[in-house]
Write a protein that binds this ligand. Sequence first.
Ligand code: HAX
Length: 388
Amino acid sequence: MGDEEDLFTVRTSHLNTGLRGVPVGTCRTSFVTPTEGVHYCGYPIAELAHYPPEDIVYLLFNKELPNDAQSAAFKADLASRGHVPPSIAAVFHTLPKDGHPMDWLSVGVHTLGMMDTTGDWKEDTMNLIARMPRMMGLLFRIREGRGDDIPEDDVSASMVKRFVQTLDLDDIDHDLMERILATYLVLHMDHGGGNLSTFTGKAIASGHATVYASIAGAMNALSGPLHGRANQSCLEFVLRIGTSDAEEVEAFVRGELEAKRPVFGFGHAVLRAEDPRATVQFALGEELCPDDDNFKIIRTLREVAPRVLSENPKISNPNANVDIASGALLHHVGFKDPTYYTTFFGWARVAGIGAQIVDERTVMRSGKGTPIYRPKYFAEQQNLRHIE
Ligand code: HAX
């Protein structure tokens, strides 16, 4: 009991730290450990990396992996919900092309909600998940001025195939793109209960805003450069390095540290080893694109940066994080513009955030749901009385 009491002791040092480490709830979908990283429903992520994304969505909602029949039924259910009203394209056509793709994504989620909200937490979440692939494809096409002659939507295709079919790019290896995207989606679907976007989505839902409003808000939280947009920054960083020569890469890394700039793709707030999601993506890159220029740079970075970062004892984890490799892989399969990368992260996270919203609204507290979020703030001048 002593330890449990300690968990709930709030001290002055906890204030104004962004709730860092302050326990606020329980999470049924995932947790993160310092060495094995994220686990979905008890499974270390490395064991799940090569499952079809639909099976992992099923896992997050049902807390068990599907058997073949359950998997087929779940895919059919998603297909039955997949239709995206054409008017979403009309809304996208009105948005500024130089707006960030994450802002488009947030508007897209909101727009789907304005067109079709049922008010049932799980129904709305499943409908949104089923509509994301087409909506993502429309977002890419219309932003890039390819809004005409969009192929029919095959709702029975896998989530990744539907997106790739909607994009319908020439000179692209569709199978390769689908494989990279499928792994990307699985690796990014969930990451515990307290990360900023998930927390934001659950907080908005706690006031009984719709699933769509909650997830649009979560996407806004994810768009920040300290959160989801780090994957965009990582590839921009790799493009700036421009060489895979070990000595030159080391000189670059040292130069960044001297200039007080982050070495992107390394370090983590919780992990104390290489993120298994990075390990999986490195292995995928070695298999699929070992000679890609950017992949060669990150391979060298992975050898050089941990050694250089380890020289600073303040850095708790000098190893590669999830963002180091995803940009190089996405770039290799044809996504040359890093400003889009966070939209893939957002697409993946709709599943994890959605599952956590459904849990908080319909399962927690014996089905009553978590009450509206209302943490306490002290007045600055107030004498602080702590629970000791
Ligand atoms: N490059 C430069 N400095 C780093 C560093 C890195 N890769 N990793 C840690 N540090 C610095 C921190 O800025 C901090 O410096 P100050 O004491 O001056 O504030 C010090 O080392 C101790 O940091 P820490 O305790 O090891 O790590 P934090 O929890 O403070 O920060 C970060 C974790 C991920 C933000 C950090 O490692 C970082 O900035 N990494 C580079 C950016 C990056 O790759 N971000 C993506 C992270 C993956 C993720 O979670 N995506 O959502």
